[in-house]
Design a protein around this ligand. Sequence first.
Ligand code: GN1
Ligand code: MG
Length: 366
Amino acid sequence: MNSELWAVVEAFALPAPVVAIEPLGHGNVNATYRVRLADGAAGDGVLQRLNTTVFRQPQLVMANIAAVAEHVERRLAQGNPDPEARPWRMPALVPSRSGEPWLERGGSFWRMLTFLEGTRSVDTIESPDQAREIGAGLGLFHALIHDLPAEQLADTLEGFHVTPLYLERYKAVLASSERPRCERCREAIAFVAAREAGAGVLEEALAAGRLRLRPIHGDPKINNLLLCNDSGRAVALIDLDTVKPGLVHYDIGDCLRSACNPLGEETDALDAVQFDLNLAERLLHGYLSVARGFLSDADLDAIPDAIALLPFELGLRFLTDHLAGDTYFTIARPGHNLDRALVQFRLAESVERQRAQIQALVEGLR
Ligand code: GN1
Ligand code: MG
């Protein structure tokens, strides 16, 4: 690991000497490292360099994280809203040695959080019971933040999860992109053209007053939920950079599109990509076991639309980035964003084929 990284780590007020710095997780936007400490009892740190091309006002991101943490702690002190009382945890901020909640150095923005010892995350689902936990974890997070006043949250990423805005940007990029279009790229473009009319389904329901804005996580994909190593229960939802007022449906759809795709979003087995109904049933069962109380009937009505929309939206975002020259998502190889887009589109097709069953499944959970 390079000396710059060590210097950055040294600038944070950690409780024990650092023995190792290792890449952590597979984030597509920020760079994340686990900072191992000599004293096992002290608990490791998680160092992140925020992508300031994406998050242009990182101070506001940090303020949001603090507002959420404060609200969640207050709520938990009043009693756990989860009927099964999952012991919920939040990472704590480790300040820099100069007392700042973050570190700006060499044009980069760094922050350190505590690693939640005794937990793990998975990139692809391992069992139906785990799907239920993933759902319950998202439900508990929503239950804890749904009454956080919107004015306490800054909008750190304008347009984030407003599907018609992604479509607008896609069209502008498509019109100006000079990237050569291979056959797979043309397949992806045709996929979008055939479905673009449905992009506004959630925003239209919002505009018509059927749905309402609430604080949402913004990025509750499977590997942002932490599971207890011992009990297997969901105990935390991390990566709070995108918390803002929005439609919980974007969160629900995002969680399902990531957890109910057993091959994962990085698979190259395109023809085998499937949306797993059984996992979806378990996940939604877990979600509603905690969140049902604050959702309206109209909220439930829109869940099938959300399940269909989110793989389309993420595929659209990957495809846009491919056409724009890979400026947003971190890629590991040329064409990576196109590959990712095609996986999401295959998932969206699988959802389309099972639309009637998904509808029935949601009805059955009312
Ligand atoms: C990005 O960086 P990561 O992996 O937490 C993206 C999400 C996508 C996700 C797809 C701020 O999240 O919206 O769903 O990739 N985050 C941002 O893997 O755009
Ligand atoms: Mg994220």
